[in-house]
Each structure stands twice: as C-alpha cells, then as structure tokens.
Design a protein around this ligand. Structure first.
Ligand SMILES: [Fe+2]
Ligand SMILES: [Fe+2]
Length: 151
C-alpha cells in the first residue's frame, strides 16, 4: 500500500534529481584546467544516470496514480553546487557533488524505509536501485577528492 509519505518522498526525489542534472551539466561545461577533464567527463556520465533516476521516480508516481511535478513546484537547494566564480576551482565542485550525493543517499534510504514499512516492494526496489547508483557516484567523487591532498 502506498502512503502520502511515499508519494511525497518520490516527488521530492524527482525534483532533486532535476536540480542535480542542471548543476552537474552546468559544471561539466564551465570547469577549466588540467585537473578538470576527468571530473567533467564523470559529471557528463552522471547526468545520464540522474536522468534515468528521474524517469524511474516519475513512472513510479504515475503507477501510484500521482503525477510527477512540473517546474512550478521547483525549489532550489543545492547552494554548494553553483558554478564556481573561479572556473578552475574543481575542488569546490567536488565538495558540492559529495554533499549532493550524501543528501541523495539519505533521501533514498528514507524512501526505502517508508516503502518497507508500507509493504510496497516495488517502491523499495526503485529506492535500492537508485541508492546503489548514488553510492557509486559518491565513491567516485571521494576518489577525486583524494587527488587534492591540501584539504
Ligand atoms: Fe540520482
Ligand atoms: Fe548521483
């Protein structure tokens, strides 16, 4: 059985994936310098995965007889992922990605828990599938951060 908590979390996640897509795409375009290339390529690849996440969440909402939201429902929250003033500041983008992925991991854990409590195994499966991708993104950017030992 679905609950309001589940549809609220699916909606929140759907919006959050779109904000992530916008910020990863923007940073993949704007970063400059010798340390940027690997990060830019990774962000480009992750944009496609975040888009798949949004699609899965939207389709699950549709199955639950709810509509995914349009842009009127959008509220920005990823302040640390705005394109840096210094376009060679790859580290600030890496830190922003780690924060975004931490938040995503927390959100999909909450979704999984709510779905398990409500005996909704299909939403549980969506949550676990996406959670695995977000943990992989986090691991990848934790690796990038190790290339910058000064902090
Ligand atoms: Fe995602
Ligand atoms: Fe991610």
């Amino acid at each position: 059985m679905t609950t309001d908590e589940i549809t609220d979390l699916l909606t929140e996640a759907y919006i959050s994936e779109h904000e992530t897509i916008m910020n990863y795409q923007t940073n993949a375009i704007v970063l400059d310098g010798v340390h940027a290339e690997e990060v830019k390529t990774s962000l480009e690849e992750d944009v496609q995965e975040e888009l798949d996440h949004a699609r899965m969440l939207g389709e699950r909402l549709k199955q639950l007889d709810e509509s995914p939201p349009g842009s009127a429902a959008f509220e920005a929250s990823q302040h640390s992922l705005q394109p840096p003033e210094d376009t060679t500041d790859v580290q600030s983008v890496i830190d922003g990605v780690l924060e975004a992925e931490d938040n995503a991991i927390e959100l999909y854990r909450s979704l999984h828990e709510a779905a398990a409590e409500a005996n909704d195994p299909v939403t549980e499966d969506v949550a676990v599938t996406i959670l695995a991708d977000e943990e992989a993104h986090h691991t990848e950017f934790r690796g990038f951060k190790k290339q910058f030992p000064q902090d």
